[in-house]
Ligand binder design. Structure first.
Ligand SMILES: Cc1cc2nc3c(=O)[nH]c(=O)nc-3n(C[C@H](O)[C@H](O)[C@H](O)COP(=O)(O)O)c2cc1C
Length: 335
């Protein structure tokens, strides 16, 4: 699959997830073979106001490339000014992704994200503007529409293609559906059928079976994985192997998962400092520990992590609970 000059191997891309896919997580997923990563979304308005946090969110490390940066906003003038600023903060970016799918009231409520699916003329102007000022390829990430009465992703995809977008990513739900009903694979296939540029399918891909099924049923060029990678960054290695027809790598044993968790937490703390880092790491710890014996108690401990030392104690506690259960014969040693 090709976006601009970048040729991507078979596999899955890491979905942008605000508050989750920071530099540490992106690099980790990339190390397991995510074909590309995407920054957390950043406001074009924020960038034009010189917001320091927005610029920091765009910074890309060498170990997470190829990576896209994702921007959101509903004002074409802001897009015009913000793109060169964004590229100053992320000179290694492979392409720029426009967020037209975020359902969050804070974003969609002020006209950005998925709200652009209610105004295709404005969406088209934004894509044209971005393409005209960006030296890099521009992609668009969308949902199937705003709600059941406005399922217009195929129209938006065509508009994007005509405006010069290099690829489309489509999450197979409407804005109104948020994240819960099963993804509408036929809806994604309808977008694929409408355009000739690459289409990346997104929604509910959690392993090699769901990735293969998504590609087979939609005819899309690539899959993108979001929640399926939480606490499971090795999912990218599994999907890549399946798509290349290679034997699936062994799923990391529980002990190994705990080591991956600890190293991930250490990296977050190295990047952000221990005070901020450990607080952001709490949710990751809870995702890694899902399915471990005593998970409910461990989850509570995750919420109270205050230092890397606490994370090491949490690892040891999870290990001893596991060993105790193995001794009792009530835990089979795999998750
Ligand atoms: C916590 C969270 C944050 C997200 N943030 C973004 C974002 O910043 N930009 C975006 O385009 N999508 C965002 N999404 C949507 C995901 O990229 C993806 O489209 C969605 O989760 C469906 O894919 P999945 O079923 O593989 O998770 C977010 C999703 C979650 C769960």
């Amino acid at each position: 699959m090709k976006i601009g000059n970048h040729i991507f191997e078979k596999g899955a891309a890491l979905a942008p997830m605000a508050g989750v896919t920071d530099a540490a997580f992106r690099a980790l997923c990339r190390s397991y073979g995510a074909v590309y990563t995407v920054s957390e979304m950043v406001s074009v308005k924020g960038l034009t106001f010189g917001d320091r946090k927005s610029r920091q969110l765009l910074a890309l490390g060498e170990d997470e490339l190829p990576a896209a940066i994702q921007l959101f906003g509903d004002d074409p003038d802001c897009w015009k000014k913000a793109i060169p600023m964004a590229l100053e903060s992320a000179p290694q970016a492979a392409f720029i992704d426009i967020n037209m799918g975020c359902p969050a009231p804070k974003i969609a409520g002020s006209g950005g994200g998925a709200a652009l699916m209610k105004d295709l003329a404005l969406a088209g102007r934004i894509i044209e503007t971005a393409v005209s000022v960006s030296p890099l390829p521009v992609t668009v990430k969308m949902r199937l529409g705003w709600d059941d009465s406005l399922r217009n992703a195929p129209q938006l995809a065509r508009i994007a293609q005509e405006a010069g977008a290099a690829a489309i990513c489509v999450h197979g739900r409407t804005r109104e559906q948020m994240y819960s009903p099963p993804v509408d694979i036929e809806g994604i296939a309808a977008v694929r059928a409408e355009v000739t540029i690459p289409v990346i399918a997104n929604g509910d891909v959690t392993d090699s079976a769901t990735a293969l099924q998504m590609l087979r049923r939609t005819g899309c060029d690539l899959v993108m994985v979001g929640r399926g990678a939480l606490g499971h960054p090795w999912v990218f290695a599994e999907i890549a192997a399946a798509l290349k027809g290679e034997p699936l790598p062994a799923v990391p044993a529980p002990e190994e998962r705990l080591e991956i968790m600890v190293e991930h937490i250490r990296q977050i703390c190295r990047n952000k400092g221990e005070y901020v880092g450990i607080r952001e790491a709490r949710k990751h710890a809870a995702w890694y520990l899902k399915g471990f014996p005593g998970a409910a108690g461990l989850r509570k401990d995750c919420g109270e992590l205050a230092s890397v030392e606490d994370a090491l104690r949490l690892r040891d506690k999870a290990l001893s609970l596991m060993i105790a259960q193995e001794r009792e014969g009530s835990f089979c040693g795999s998750l």
